[in-house]
Write a protein that binds this ligand. Sequence first.
Ligand code: ADP
Ligand code: MG
Length: 168
Amino acid sequence: MELVVVTRDAEHTFALATRVAELLRAGDVLALSGDLGAGKTVFAKGVGRALGVTTPVVSPTFTVVREYPCTGAARRMVHADVYRLDHVQELHDIGWDDLLDDESIVVVEWGDRVAGALPADRLDIHLELGAASGGADDERTVSFSPSGMSWAARADALAATVAAVSEA
Ligand code: ADP
Ligand code: MG
């Protein structure tokens, strides 16, 4: 199943992320993919907002991983950006497997590059510059690909959320 929404600006992508994050549970993993500037970090910030992260969510490009305490569905949000990694092994070296626990919600930018280090049960989100029909510079096409049992159970809710944001 694939669900697609075109967002018109950064605020719309942020709002989309907050709505999708309302479906999240501790233990969830979101893998964000798409070009530089597509809006992966904007999306992660929206997730942070919905999870009750109070400190600013900033791009983890240079640190690879940042952790934020949450008051929402999980105890912490783990926000990673694996763009600068040359090899998946580097992720394991920084203790990645301990970060993927039942109390965390994990958001990985460029997650498609380290899919082997992610659980099969996850939500893949691809952001692309522009819309299929051309359109304005600020448009982004955001596609959701849920995998695994836990997402099968939430498929209808995810579809409803995407439809609602699409019309908003
Ligand atoms: P990435 O993490 O994918 O490299 P960022 O989220 O850091 O991208 O940056 C996205 C940039 O594009 C921001 O400057 C944001 O303001 C801008 N932007 C414009 N339109 C959108 C949109 N529809 N969704 C997300 N970001 C957008
Ligand atoms: Mg980014």
